[in-house]
Design a protein around this ligand. Structure first.
Ligand SMILES: *Cc1c(COP(=O)(O)O)cnc(C)c1O
Length: 362
């Protein structure tokens, strides 16, 4: 069987060129006579892998020197605890809750200090991004937290919140490398890599140097201190070596395509194909307020649970995988990350057109 069009929200499609290269190197990486999975993380081979991964990521995202890049384990979810453990000095942080992931981060932070919900879009099933131009930011908040692209609901912050001088912390798991961002607008950004970069289990943390604190409470585990990983250049313990290797290949793939500006252009064109169809379809509708639509995750419904289920079933049989919406919201969702080719989205739209003709509204 050949490859399907995989619209999974994560773990998600990876560039075919990267998978092929990794396959070629699986038995013998670069003349080492072994796989990257089998080699010492202290070897010269791996040193080159991790150093060029960081260098390429810095170049792609234009990361200034006073921001540090860490490759850590525990996925994005571990950051929900690690951030408050390391950044909550006043024991207070503000949260803009725009979906399940932001909510989880908010609930986790409440274990370590006062977590204040200063805005939410829960009243309308997280289908929009609240106005964040003048929020009641706490005077003594250590940071303001957002989830920039809401993977489950398909919304995206198009402008960053006005944090009134507080550091902004952002979960960019499902939009990292999808378009250029200005790293200096944030205190800390992090991304679980299995959406747009690599295999699950790893998280990239980009943190402004002065937020890496030595002066933490004694109970903060060594492995959960940014300082530990910064001082050891992400090699305090055995890192997720194979993940770092694959991520490094994806960075090179994005560079070859022309970097984040080029990626943004491709992603806009790709998403447009699907959104244009949703806007003219009489059967399918997008579920998100137009101005807040994500370029990466596109939820849609027919308005009938029965037809939704039929669509998911038939689309799967036609080679379109993982279009079922998140279990908490139902409907459908097409995740169209960097590695989803435009042809995949065009083929999906043709299939949706056909489905619409075959299932006329009575
Ligand atoms: C998937 C996802 C997570 C959780 O990632 P894990 O690596 O499974 O912990 C967190 N935040 C966002 C925005 C996500 O899309």
């Amino acid at each position: 069987m050949g490859r399907v069009y995989n619209f999974s929200a994560g773990p998600a499609v990876l560039p075919e060129a990267v998978l092929k290269e990794a396959a070629e190197e699986i038995l013998d990486y670069n003349g080492s006579g072994m796989s990257v999975m089998e080699m010492s993380h202290r070897s010269k081979f791996f040193e080159d892998i991790i150093e060029s991964a960081e260098k390429d990521l810095r170049e792609l995202m234009n990361i200034p020197d006073h921001y540090k890049v860490l490759f850590l384990q525990g996925g994005a979810s571990q950051q929900f605890a690690m951030i408050p453990m390391n950044l909550m000095k006043n024991k207070k942080a503000d949260f803009i809750v725009t979906g399940q992931w932001a909510k989880k981060a908010y609930q986790e932070a409440a274990k370590f200090g006062e977590a204040v919900k200063i805005a939410t879009s829960e009243d309308k099933t997280f289908s929009y991004i609240p106005d964040c131009s003048d929020l009641p930011v706490s005077e003594d908040a250590d940071y303001v937290y957002i989830c920039e692209n809401n993977t489950i609901y398909g919304t995206k912050f198009k402008t960053l919140p006005n944090t009134k001088g507080k550091d902004l912390v952002a979960d960019i798991s499902s939009c990292i490398l999808s378009e250029p961002i200005d790293v200096t607008k944030y205190g800390l950004i992090f991304a679980g890599v299995q959406k747009n970069v690599g295999p699950a289990g790893m998280v990239i943390v980009i943190i402004r140097e002065d937020l890496i604190s030595e002066d933490l409470e004694k109970c903060v585990p060594t492995m959960l201190q940014y300082k530990t990983h910064h001082d050891a250049k992400s090699l305090y313990n055995t890192p997720p070596a194979y993940n770092i290797y694959i991520c490094g290949k994806v960075f090179k793939w994005v560079k070859k395509l022309g970097g984040l500006k080029a990626m943004q252009k491709i992603n806009r064109e790709k998403a447009q194909v699907l959104y244009d169809f949703l806007d003219r379809s009489s059967l399918f509708q997008g579920t998100v307020r137009k101005e807040d639509r994500s370029l990466m995750n596109v939820p849609f419904v027919t308005g009938s649970d029965e037809l939704d289920a039929k669509f998911v079933k038939e689309s799967k049989a036609a080679g379109f995988e993982n279009l079922k919406g998140h279990r908490t919201v139902g409907g459908m969702r097409a995740s169209i990350y960097n590695a989803m080719p435009k042809e995949g989205v065009e083929a999906l739209v043709r299939f949706m057109e056909k489905f619409e003709k075959e299932n006329p509204l009575s």
